[in-house]
Design a protein around this ligand. Sequence first.
Ligand code: ASP
Ligand code: MG
Length: 469
Amino acid sequence: MSNSLLVMKFGGSSMGSAERIKVAARICTEQKALRPTVVVVSAMSKVTDLLLETLRCAESGDSEGVERHVTSLRERHEQTARELLPASVVGSALEKVDGLLREFDRISGGILLLGERPPRSVDEAVAIGERLSAMLLASYLDATGTSARAVNAREVIVTDTCFGNATPLLDPTRERCSQTLGPLLAQNILPVVTGFNGATLDGRATTLGRGGSDFSASILAGALDAGELWIWTDVDGIMSADPRLVQDAVVLPEVSYREAAELAYNGAKVLHPRTLAPLVESSIPVWSKNSFNVDAPGTRIVPSISTPGGARAVTSMANVALVSIEPASAEVNGVAIMARALDALSRVNAEVLALSSSSYRQNFCFLVRKEELATAMTAIESGFALELAHGYLRPIDVDDNVGLLAVVGEGMQGSKGLAGRIFTAISRHEVNIIAIAQGSSELTIAIVVRRDGLERAVQAVHAECHMAG
Ligand code: ASP
Ligand code: MG
């Protein structure tokens, strides 16, 4: 397929109201006039949360809650359709809203009966948020003279069977892309594809994890050999720090794939951490842009940057917990304990954000998100039930009064004394450093500090490394 092709993704806030959808549509129309374009959309802001909450109500037998939430979903989408669409097409859009919400009702009704939320039913139900928003944008484009068609990614993105957090299978996806999107592009019709969802090879609905629409867009860009991928959000691009914490944080004009991935992984909200993986082979450039400020240049994300210089950005995560495991005596094989702990964590799909170990005491600690802590602890404690009962391991220690900051930059490995300066700057602000982890890529230094010192540490690092330029 032509590599002048542009894939654009609009996030939840860029799809959040009739007014926002009109802005998205204007961008689509402008770009489609210049080159073949494929669009990927998130659900309207907050809709995915509401869909999931509805299913939780259903599972717990709260039929009133289900009804209340479905009514509010209906009102939000009906009102948007009325505000957005010309009178001639409102009726057919309202019918489609109704049809999709009936599908959702059928699944939530099943969950209500069962008192259980099977992951694959959740995936099918939750994708309805994106199907609604894709329908709205495509209807508006079509009604205003830009031929467009809503496409359910279930027909396009093929994944494994890890429901709720699936991984794409790239070869079959490539095939489906050319079968499904190829003919639309050939007829000059703009495909508006649902983000977030996909299906297994045998057609069962899956989703790609929360915030996964960015990932959907990069999967499609990779599969279609696109020339560029533009990701529209509500911030001006990738920043040197969270501007709510650091007043003089700046937008970085250009970052490398690796830097963007590290930043996303360590808590920068602008990009889903898995976004860049499908693009590495084809080196497709990505732009992170703001649909609320379309004239701002945004951040360009490229395979490698020409002038890597020192530490460029610092991210932070407050909702994390540090888990420490320590053998009771030197006879216990610490490496085996570590291997089994990681194995237990991987079985429950818990993400290890940082890992640090000391060889003499054989103790090690790892950082997980607070929302995954309970699952992680259950897995670890049942994995080591015997060792804990017999006292081969000390009681497992959990410290949730911590925060993570990550300092990222391609050029850090070349900067002598940088780590020392960073630690000194942090301690000068009387913040205790609890653990440090540096990957062998030397692209990131992850630092665990006391929670109440996190903001000060971020500010100190930003200033010390002159990230504002
Ligand atoms: N709507 C999905 C979510 O909220 C996917 C996305 O927005 O990227 O997680
Ligand atoms: Mg997002």
